[in-house]
Design a protein around this ligand. Structure first.
Ligand SMILES: O=P(O)(O)OC[C@H]1O[C@@H](O)[C@H](O)[C@@H](O)[C@@H]1O
Length: 282
């Protein structure tokens, strides 16, 4: 029986002793690139060495495209505007700090403010961009609290992950509701919530439903040959929305499956809340 054994003598890793060799020479690298998108808005492109790509706008921290094998699994509505005034209607907009209608603007101001890119890195061939949003005069006029939100987007071969952390940086408690209002490209409107209920929810017409305490994995059959797993940690609720005839030109092309927190998140000063979403296509 053959065995291979190697003994290494340990010496400090100094640059004079070791020559760095590029294991992946000739291969593509993960990258995070800042550029300009539609309406001259700042855009970030994440490219994975495995060929997948994601695009996000700093305005609203909105991921507008997620391509695997050159196929975009997200959908941007044909009526979307890229003018830095109105939220981008498509991709993955944020609803923060309010989901739906209420005391402040519909779905809150998070999708209507400029976030900043605070870091970009490549970890184990995965490009990662982290965006930040803090309160300012615009948010304070509607919601008078100091907060700090971080949004980390990681791209892998077949997975797009997002991690949202909201911290209370005020000296008083606050509460909020929130969602990731994901628009999926779709043709046959079938939503298969197979993990817990083994139910299939179809979209025969207008659908606008909130599922409290939803399973932490949902499966979407987009009718285009893809099954998309929508897995989450801490997004306890789900929202399904398709506008049907109120958006006649495009309702057949998308469905929104939203990871949400409809029950309020209550944060004391210095406390934070984190929720993760993984979209994986197979
Ligand atoms: O047009 P907006 O503000 O982006 O909202 C779209 C829809 O968002 C969904 O999350 C809501 O459940 C719907 O009621 C709403 O119509």
């Amino acid at each position: 029986m053959a065995a291979l054994s190697m003994t290494w003598s340990c010496s400090p890793l100094t640059s004079s002793k070791f020559r760095r060799v590029n294991r992946y020479s000739g291969m593509a690298f993960a990258s995070v690139k800042s550029t300009e998108g539609l309406g001259n808005l700042p855009k970030v492109i994440l490219t994975s060495p495995h060929g997948s790509e994601a695009e996000l706008y700093l305005f609203g921290a909105c991921v507008t495209s997620w391509k695997v094998d050159s196929k975009d699994l997200l959908f941007v509505r044909p009526d979307a505007v890229f003018n830095g005034q109105k939220p981008i209607s498509g991709g993955i907009p944020h609803c923060f700090p309010q989901f739906g209608p209420g005391p402040i603007q519909q779905h809150g101001f998070g999708r209507n403010m400029n976030w900043s890119l605070v870091s970009s890195e490549n970890v184990e061939e995965k490009p990662i961009a982290t965006l930040e949003l803090k309160d300012g005069p615009y948010s304070r006029a509607m919601w008078d609290y100091s907060f700090h939100a971080l949004y980390k987007i990681t791209l892998d071969k077949k997975t797009l992950s997002t991690e949202l952390t909201v911290k209370n940086t005020d000296n008083k408690p606050f509460s909020f509701t929130t969602a990731l209002h994901t628009y999926f490209r779709n043709v046959i409107l079938i939503f298969d919530d197979f993990i817990r209920l083994r139910d299939v929810v179809t979209f025969p017409g207008f659908v606008d439903s909130v599922y409290l305490d939803a399973p932490n994995e949902l499966q979407l059959d987009n009718g285009l040959g893809d099954k998309i797993s929508i897995k989450n940690t801490n997004w306890s609720d789900a929202v399904l929305w398709n506008p049907h005839l109120t958006m006649e030109q495009s309702y057949k092309d998308f469905v929104c499956v939203e990871n949400a927190k409809i029950g309020k998140v209550q944060l004391e000063p210095e406390q934070s809340w984190t929720a993760v979403q993984h979209l994986t296509v197979s």
